[in-house]
Design a protein. Structure first.
Lengths: 263, 257
């Protein structure tokens, strides 16, 4: 069954949704959209690092994404104006990454696969990495779920309950870096943030609880992957962007459903 | 022995000394209110006593195993998170349905388990926050401007509720407030803060103290005089901020029911 590239692609997307669903919910709740962008864009720099050092691509992107995520979280804790800082970091990371990879002629022709993903070329090995990483993220978030929710609602409240909001923030930062590293192949650096935000935003209108929203985001992410692959096959469109198009369609449908239900 | 005390604490935020040589003790069952103008360090004092901000000098001591309930100034409940009252009360510790029902009834929110937090009014949200703090059966309840954004009847009702809770559970209450007139009536002891303790004691004693009047003006029932004053009394703006005004350790009478 895994011999079929479409089956592998579908499994890759569904696996990734296990991470992007719950993590995306936190990205929306904590207004971390730009943070996701900065981390994801740094992944291109990670590709360059991997090519230069001979590391596996996943390892290179993980290292650079983690460094970027920790930097951004550190700046945020010191009260930098996040909107501007993140804007500077996100776009600079992307530009530096693009310049850096241009030194590797083999990638030049292949750049779009890093920017927009190459889900149809997912190998068995990739599949193992994607599922391993996504399950690790999901388990991490589940394990810290109560503490993460509390400190997302109010850090002082978390503190007074004996929790450490800084530690919970670090959990999210690491989850973000890991998610970016494993999703590069699926949707690419430019669309990872979309995969985080759009399914979670779509689930918001339908959910009554934080858990419902995280689960809904996971299901919508998986659904969008399958629908996007279908669209890609049918219209011969690039797979990564097609998945996001499907997710956006889900968002519109959910928004309409939510409105109808409330009316 | 005191439940929680601050001994000569100093707190610096961003290089600026926000609290200087502040001491405060909280005894079982008493309601203590910290009043002061905006920027006087009231919230910082509470946060220092909770251990959220570190003290640069002095120390905060808690009784061993102290159970502490905290009601934050306000909950910035983002519309992006769907969450019901019941779910919120189970953070971070899971709570049984019977306990949830009981505590909601106690704060006058019976039957509101399934209401979404975002749909609550300001007063209702404060009651839910109080309910959450009460679930831990606190010996000390700390509230940071709990009635901000409430109208006057709402304020009075909320302070009555605090007093009832104190009477029933015997917990001590430390509140921060800038709405003076209502608070004064509900407190056993008032501490007037402006970076340091200006004066403290029973409400009627504090309200006639010259330091208090310098801060809040005369005959305004307090509420109208919330301007940031430039100078209260003899400050020598020396490097060690040494000033030699007299504290007023007024004796205070408890109104335990």
């Amino acid at each position: 069954m895994l011999d079929d590239f479409l089956v592998r692609a579908a499994l890759a997307g569904v696996g990734l949704s296990l991470a992007t669903g719950p993590l995306g919910a936190f990205v929306v709740w904590r207004r971390m959209a730009y943070f996701g962008d900065a981390t994801a864009h740094a992944a291109i720099l990670g590709v360059a690092l991997a090519l230069a050092t001979g590391l596996p691509i996943v390892a290179g992107t993980l290292v650079v994404a983690a460094a970027m995520a920790v930097t951004v979280a550190g700046l945020a804790a010191r009260g930098w104006a996040m909107d501007t800082t993140l804007g500077v970091l996100a776009h600079s990371a992307l530009a530096f990454g693009l310049v850096a990879v241009s030194y590797f002629p083999s990638v030049r022709t292949d750049l779009s696969s890093y920017l927009f993903g190459d889900i149809l070329a997912v190998t068995r090995g990739d599949l193992g990495l994607i599922w391993g990483g996504a399950v690790a993220v999901a388990v991490l978030l589940l394990w810290r779920w109560q503490a993460l929710l509390t400190s997302t609602l109010n850090e002082d409240l978390a503190h007074a309950s004996g929790l450490n909001p800084d530690r919970e923030r670090l959990v999210l930062v690491l989850a973000m870096a890991l998610t970016v590293a494993v999703s590069l192949k699926v949707v690419g650096a430019l669309l990872i943030a979309a995969m985080l935000i759009i399914p979670a935003a779509a689930a918001r209108g339908l959910a009554r609880s934080p858990e419902g929203m995280a689960l809904g985001a996971t299901l919508i992410g998986a659904l969008a992957t399958l629908a996007g692959l279908r669209l890609s096959l049918w219209q011969d469109t690039p797979a990564g962007p097609s998945i996001i198009v499907a997710a956006a369609a889900c968002f519109v449908v959910a928004a309409v459903l939510g409105r109808v239900r409330r009316a | 022995m005191s439940l929680i005390s601050a001994d000569h604490i100093c707190v610096r935020l961003g290089g600026e000394e926000v609290l200087h040589d502040v001491s405060l003790r909280l005894e079982p069952g008493e309601i203590v209110t910290v009043v002061g103008p905006n920027g006087s360090g009231k919230s910082t004092l509470l946060r220092a006593m909770l251990g959220i901000v570190p003290v640069a000098g002095g120390r905060v001591t808690r009784a061993a195993g102290l159970r502490l309930g905290y009601v934050p100034q306000k909950l910035m409940i983002d519309r992006s998170m769907p969450i019901s009252v019941r779910r919120f009360l189970s953070l971070p510790l899971r709570v049984g349905a019977a306990d949830v029902a009981a505590v909601l009834a106690r704060v006058g929110m019976e039957g509101q388990q399934e209401a979404q937090l975002t749909a609550l009014s300001g007063g209702q949200l404060q009651r839910v926050l109080l309910a959450r703090a009460l679930l831990g059966r606190p010996q000390v309840l700390m509230l940071d401007e709990p009635t901000q954004g409430l109208d006057q009847p709402g304020e009075a009702a909320f302070y009555r509720l605090i007093e009832e809770v104190r009477t029933e559970t015997g917990c001590a209450v430390l509140m921060v407030s800038h709405d003076l007139h209502v608070v004064m009536a509900a407190s056993d002891r008032v501490i007037c803060l402006n970076g340091h303790v200006c004066c403290e004691g029973a409400p009627h004693v504090v309200s006639t103290a010259p330091e208090y009047r310098a801060l809040f003006g005369l005959g305004t029932r307090g509420a109208l005089a919330l301007y940031r004053h430039e100078h209260d009394h003899d400050h020598n703006a020396g490097p060690d901020h040494g000033h030699d005004h007299h504290h007023h350790p007024h004796t205070h009478d408890h109104h335990h029911a």
